[in-house]
Ligand binder design. Structure first.
Ligand code: SAH
Ligand code: SF4
Length: 363
């Protein structure tokens, strides 16, 4: 038995184990993928759930060093969807039996913005017979805002910690209170307390990031007892400060392989959470999302943003599918998912099994 095979027989992994697993070579990593595929089959089954992604607005008050949508990038046109555009996307999702949507946006925390989203949530529920599950991904907000949105019918929230190492976090963000690691961590805790299904995640292959950092990220997810995860490779964007460090990056294919290993290891460690196959994976490898599904992912987010806005929501370069209408995407996705040996959970919310377990234990 190889070292990798013997670590994989353990119930829990230490930081050192995880580093060894993350460094597994091409032959050895197959053992990780096989184990992850078996865990996935046993604990969450063969289904992949769709979350229609609506990129609501690229207006953002923040200046994360890695992101193309950052406030300091003056070379993009700023937009915000109308209520009608959002409800139409929601209806498309509903009619095509997606059962869930994710509304994502640059971060803004004005009262006006909070109220706009609150009203929009009600409108979406009205337009879809209260059948659609809504996930929000709108960054850090005051507790009251999170509460109001929850009460207006948002039940899941995605807030990536981005990197779990506070020192690395500092290197990737401006040094001020709106970009504070501890504030972001507190926001995650707040969301959990309020009753949301909570998802977080990290970028993989960032400049200055080590394999030990990634091992710590996996341990962080476990310790936070998260319900959902979305992780993907970091992809450089030329209009961002981090671009100057591109010479420090691993080749893209290695960033992809590391991301795939992270997905597989997280599936082994947190057997019944939901894990997304992210668009950033597809950016590097055209079959990236299918590969993620084969080793652990069970959620996919087809883009429902009206096409005319997509070129202005480029968090990173080379983002795929920016010219494809939602309906075209769907046909292609179905085929791809079947090729990955999975089936689509149409009309099913596909809530995190982990969340249900957490709730029943807490009651
Ligand atoms: N403003 C919200 C949601 C939109 S950004 C927030 O920040 O939480 C969504 C995600 O895009 C971020 O969490 C980040 O992980 C990812 N992202 C941003 N720039 C990226 C890049 N250059 N490469 C890969 N992912 C990136
Ligand atoms: Fe804004 Fe989110 Fe991009 Fe940071 S990652 S600049 S908060 S859109």
């Amino acid at each position: 038995m190889t070292t990798i095979e013997s670590i994989l027989t353990q119930e829990d992994f230490s930081r050192e184990d995880l580093i060894t697993l993350l460094e597994a070579d091409e032959t050895d990593r197959q053992f990780i993928y096989n184990r992850a595929a078996a865990v996935k089959k046993e604990f969450v089954g063969n289904k992949v759930y769709f979350r229609g992604l609506v990129e609501f607005s690229n207006r953002c008050v923040k200046n994360c060093f890695y992101c193309g949508v950052r406030a300091g990038n003056t070379s993009i046109q700023r937009y915000e969807l109308t209520d009608r555009e959002v409800t139409e996307a929601a209806r498309f999702a509903f009619e095509n039996r997606f059962a869930s949507i994710v509304i994502q946006s640059g971060e803004r925390s004005s009262k006006k913005f909070a109220l706009r989203i609150e009203k929009l949530l009600h409108k979406i529920h009205q337009a879809t017979d209260n059948e659609l599950h809504i996930t929000l991904s709108m960054g850090e907000q005051p507790e009251d805002t999170y509460k109001r949105w929850y009460e207006a019918g948002a039940h899941r929230y995605l807030l990536r910690i981005e990197v779990s190492n506070p020192d690395l976090y500092k290197k990737l963000h401006p040094d001020n209170i709106t970009h504070d690691y501890h504030r972001r961590l507190e926001a995650l805790r707040m969301l959990k307390r309020l009753g949301y299904q909570v998802g977080t995640g990290v970028m993989i292959g960032l400049p200055f990031q080590t394999t030990a950092d990634l091992a710590d990220d996996l341990l962080f997810f476990k310790e936070m007892d998260i319900d959902m995860a979305g992780m993907g490779p970091y992809i450089e964007h030329h209009d961002t400060p981090l671009y100057q460090y591109r010479h420090l990056l691993l080749p893209r294919i290695e960033r992809f392989n590391l991301s795939l290993k992270m997905v597989a290891l997280l599936r082994i460690m947190m057997k019944n959470i939901n894990i997304a196959a992210t668009t950033a994976m597809q950016t590097i490898d055209p079959q990236g999302r299918e590969k993620a599904i084969m080793v652990g992912s069970n959620v996919l987010m087809p883009n429902l943003t009206p096409v005319k806005y997509r070129e202005n929501y480029l968090l990173y370069q080379d983002k795929p599918c920016i010219n494809e209408e939602a309906a075209e995407c769907q046909g292609c996705l179905e085929a791809r998912i079947h090729m990955a040996g999975a089936e689509i959970g149409y009309s099913e919310w596909g809530d995190s099994k982990h969340f249900a377990e957490r709730k029943s234990e807490g009651e």
